[in-house]
Ligand binder design. Structure first.
Ligand SMILES: Nc1nc2c(ncn2[C@@H]2O[C@H](COP(=O)(O)OP(=O)(O)OP(=O)(O)O)[C@@H](O)[C@H]2O)c(=O)[nH]1
Ligand SMILES: [Mg+2]
Length: 434
């Protein structure tokens, strides 16, 4: 008993369900439970018990079955746990019922991730985004969870996992207040976004291609950015170390300089609100000319992780952006043979092995695939013609109703000039959607 009164960390029992009726990516597996434990540790808690159930379908009221609920209750009592965390998403009512039946606070993976983001967010934008996501998560859960939280915080002591972020006094107020708060946060974020758009326009004037790092959390994105650019972004062996976008210049060769951006890592079952809220930060991705998908090749789960990333990149509307798959951590990789291909590179951000190959690949990717297009440029955009003369191979210029230019352009330039192309190039659909 004395052993855990000294440990101040939140003690949690982790529960997961795998059911035939659930989509595969929503099922709990041993690997996803392990990841949940890592998330719990990142949030400052400790796992004191674990239960994984296989079932045909979730129970409507309690998600897991009756027998399993009793078993979890037993686990909670024996281990002296103060909360139960589900790997699967729970509905607000399931969360409430389970909390009553188990006698402790019940969270799901989404709430845990939100909690970590709340602890980690540093910039104003990051904090606004997390707060917005937390309020949106809380709104449908006001009745059940709140009574519990208020009781808990009223009893004094530190605030437990899942309750950090919006202050307690705000948590006591009503839905209308929360809705107002959400609207206000959205407005503030809109402002942040406007600043971002201006910065981006400035950057586009600079005509420098943007390369963005994407990948599963802990894959080594920040380490790679540091290795390539000499930046000193913190890179730690914990989940969601980076929550803000950092951009640095990277010289690929004497003639080619790009901007390289680090982004927030992805994870399976990322709360939908969070993806929504972080769209401003992740917007960087949609403006990237090239994505570097960093994969931790030393992780036996890399395939599943890569799939999650692909899925989120799609959801964020960047499926059409050229991509290089970077199999990182080659220094400690011992598993099966990695895929090979023109858009695949294996390297170690830590030892530097393979970095030159990546640089070469970025250079080729940004330069190849040039093709001849005809552009119609309005006279008031005449500056673009100068730009084309400087950047592309201009073959012909006709002055008619508009300036008609025939030029050979690289994919990056084509992406930028998409509004003016009249023939020669069929852009991917997402290029047209703004
Ligand atoms: N052995 C080895 N470890 C690496 C390599 N690259 C990164 N790491 C380690 O992996 C851990 C995570 O690296 P980060 O660069 O923080 O990963 P990240 O993708 O930025 O993670 P988040 O910001 O949390 O999404 C750190 O402990 C790094 O030292 C590598 O090539 N080899
Ligand atoms: Mg990072």
């Amino acid at each position: 008993m004395t052993q855990y009164t000294e440990d101040k960390r939140d003690r949690a029992v982790l529960v997961g369900l795998s059911a035939h009726s659930l989509p595969r990516e929503e099922c709990a597996t041993e690997a996803s439970m392990e990841e949940l434990e890592a998330l719990l540790e990142t949030a400052g808690g400790v796992c004191v018990g674990m239960a994984l159930q296989n079932r045909d379908a979730p129970e409507a009221r309690t998600f897991i079955g009756e027998g399993k609920t009793a078993e979890v209750k037993e686990l909670v009592r024996n281990a002296g746990a103060d909360l139960v965390i589900f790997d699967n998403a729970l509905s607000p009512s399931q969360q409430r019922v389970l909390s009553e039946e188990l006698g402790v606070q019940v969270l799901d993976r989404a709430a845990l991730i939100l909690d970590i983001f709340a602890q980690r967010a540093r910039t104003r934008e990051g904090r606004l985004q997390v707060e917005l996501a937390q309020y949106q998560y809380l709104l449908p859960r006001l009745t059940g969870m709140w009574g519990h939280l208020v009781r808990q915080t009223a009893s004094g002591g530190k605030s437990p996992i899942g309750t950090r972020g919006p202050g307690e006094t705000q948590l006591e107020t009503d839905r209308r207040h929360i809705r107002r708060k959400i609207a206000k946060l959205q407005e503030e974020l809109e402002q942040v976004r406007r600043v971002r758009a201006t910065q981006r326009q400035l950057r586009e004037k600079n005509e420098v291609p943007v390369v963005a790092l994407v990948g599963y959390t802990n894959a080594g994105k920040s380490t790679l950015l540091n290795a390539l650019t000499g930046a000193e972004i913190p890179a730690n062996d914990r989940l969601f170390d980076t929550l803000d976008t950092t951009t640095r210049t990277l010289e690929i060769s004497d003639t080619c300089t790009v901007l390289l951006s680090d982004t927030v890592g992805f994870i399976r079952k990322l709360p939908h609100h969070l993806v929504e809220a972080f769209k401003a930060t992740l917007e960087e991705l949609s403006y990237a000319d090239l994505l570097l998908h960093v994969i931790d090749a030393s992780n036996p789960e890399w395939r599943e992780q890569a799939e999650v990333v692909e899925h989120l990149v799609d959801e964020l509307g960047s499926a059409g952006t050229p991509r290089i798959d970077v199999f990182n951590k080659a220094d400690c990789y011992t598993g099966d043979i990695l895929p090979h291909g023109a858009d695949i590179v294996s390297l170690s951000a830590k030892t530097g092995q393979g970095l030159d190959k990546l640089l070469e690949m970025i250079g080729t990717r940004l330069d190849t695939g040039a093709r001849r297009v005809v552009l119609q440029i309005p006279y008031d955009q005449g500056g673009l013609v100068d730009l084309l003369h400087r950047q592309a191979k201009v073959e012909r210029v006709d002055y008619g109703e508009a300036i008609e230019v025939t030029a050979v352009c690289t994919p990056v330039q084509l992406g930028r000039l998409r509004g003016y192309i009249v023939s020669g190039w069929t852009p991917p659909r997402e290029f047209w959607e703004e």
